[in-house]
Ligand binder design. Structure first.
Ligand code: BGP
Length: 456
């Protein structure tokens, strides 16, 4: 018998900008990604989500495929500017209808929806007013969240406010590789604070409106291991935990920032600046659950790497992410380390107690082999299998994990890697009018679901 509980949900995930397309149809307003990706040189070979994989027009076909695979839950995000083209105010009823129909269709097929309210596609109109650096964006987010609760709340029980704040704030305001392409840590910290405030406001509204469901936050789960057991590397790894993990989990799970780091940041940069009432707002509006996106761990050194590798680099002068010479990496330089999923889950349990968890993303980005017209994605099957093993170990060790959502249901747009980096159970043929094709992993995951994790 596997350790997965009876009510455990076997799901899969996507995000609006990466699958929908129809970027300017039926009254949708522009998002920051629409504007950013249209600027030359910002994305891989100029790829963008204008059409993406045309999920907006093929949604019925896609839900049928989900049902055929036996999916029990589908995690997707709502495009804020599709509902509120200006970010607040006038409602685009055609946008509401798209998601309303999707939810009805999922439920009709016995698939439980899990909604992410913000998967990075901020309305450009709000960016023009300062984006996440402006507190008014948090207020607009509450208005948007209330709209979603009132239109979908009687049918949807699982809600996440934000996806991976470290990524959209880190890339948006520190490395500059995502919109709004700022490179300024102090501005990043203040923008990030407004995201936590927006989250707390949305949780408060959720409770106030008595929505029958649970609301959480989705974070990157990225455990850190010191390169060596030297005191310097161990200290660097602890610092990476504090800055890259605790800073993003504590405010939504404990209701406050890690005290020491907060004091240092405020002394150094004067941020985050708190408005009156922020302390209480954070403390009183914590998550019902935490969503964990696990792809890899990082190996941490106190010294910069001899040669630069792609991916995250750490924080100059404090800690550096380096290659572990003993380990295996994907084509995109991400370490394959299933044990990190067990370790990460147990680390969250140790720090935050018995919080319910969902694995909201986990997957292998690869160029899939095609043999005699079939997509034979054995490396993906191997990757998911060992990660499901690792997840089962965490459950056996007492973690309350309630669902698993591999990234992704279907091949989709990778933010900075175009359509080359594939993750899906369903292949999309870009030469053949975006035709869908079941991959080998589709049939494999179907059996995993049908056997509730026994057969894998
Ligand atoms: C996560 C995002 C997803 C997805 C995934 C894979 O950070 O939440 O939206 O993109 O990473 O990333 P990539 O496409 O860069 O390989």
């Amino acid at each position: 018998m596997s350790a997965f509980p009876q009510h455990f949900l076997w799901g899969a995930a996507t995000a609006a900008y990466q699958v929908e397309g129809a970027y300017n149809e039926d009254g949708k307003g522009p998002s920051i990604w629409d504007v950013f990706s249209h600027q030359p040189g910002t994305t891989y070979q100029g790829t963008n989500g204008d059409i993406a994989v045309d999920h907006y027009h093929r949604v019925k076909e896609d839900v049928k495929l989900m049902a055929e695979m036996g999916l029990q839950s589908y995690r997707f995000s709502i495009s804020w500017p599709r509902l509120l083209p200006e970010g607040r105010g006038t409602i685009n009823e055609a946008g509401v209808k798209f998601y309303s129909d999707l939810i009805d269709d999922l439920l009709a097929h016995g698939i439980e929806p899990m909604i992410t309210l913000y998967h990075w596609d901020l309305p450009q109109a709000l960016q023009d007013e300062g984006g996440w650096e402006a507190r008014s964006t948090a207020e607009a987010f509450e208005e948007y969240a209330r709209l979603c609760y009132s239109r979908f709340g009687s049918r949807v029980q699982k809600w996440a406010t934000f996806n991976e704040t470290i990524v959209f704030i880190g890339h948006g305001y520190i490395t500059g590789s995502h919109p709004p392409s700022v490179r300024n840590p102090a501005r990043a910290i203040q923008a990030c604070h407004h995201v936590f405030i927006a989250h707390a406001m949305a949780v408060k509204a959720f409770c106030g409106m008595q929505i029958n469901g649970e609301i959480g936050f989705v974070n990157v789960l990225q455990p850190h291991s010191p390169l060596t057991q030297s005191a310097e590397d161990m200290a660097a790894s602890e610092l990476a935990d504090a800055i890259h993990t605790h800073w993003f989990y504590d405010p939504v799970l404990k209701g406050c920032y890690p005290a020491e780091l907060l004091a240092q940041s405020q002394a150094l940069w004067g941020v985050p600046r708190f408005a009156p009432g922020d302390d209480d707002l954070l403390r009183n509006n914590r998550c019902d659950f935490i969503g964990l996106n696990y792809y890899r761990r990082e190996t941490v050194s106190s010294q910069p790497p001899a040669e630069k590798v792609s991916g995250e680099q750490g924080v100059e002068g404090l800690f550096y992410f380096v290659r572990n010479p003993q380990s295996v990496y994907t084509e995109w330089g991400w370490e394959i380390w299933p044990q990190g999923l067990t370790d990460g889950i147990m680390m969250i349990k140790a720090r935050y107690g018995d919080i319910p968890m969902y694995i909201t993303e986990n997957g292998l980005g690869a160029v899939d082999p095609i043999i005699d017209g079939e997509v034979v994605d054995d490396p993906r099957i191997d990757f998911l299998r060992v990660h499901i093993d690792a997840l089962e170990t965490a459950i056996e060790q007492g973690a309350d994990v309630r669902g698993y959502y591999p990234w992704s249901f279907i091949d989709l747009l990778s933010w900075l890697n175009g359509y080359k980096k594939q993750y899906g159970f369903v292949y999309v043929d870009h030469q053949q009018n975006l035709a869908r094709k079941r991959k080998k992993s589709f049939f494999w995951y179907k059996d995993v679901i049908a056997s509730r994790g026994e057969q894998r």
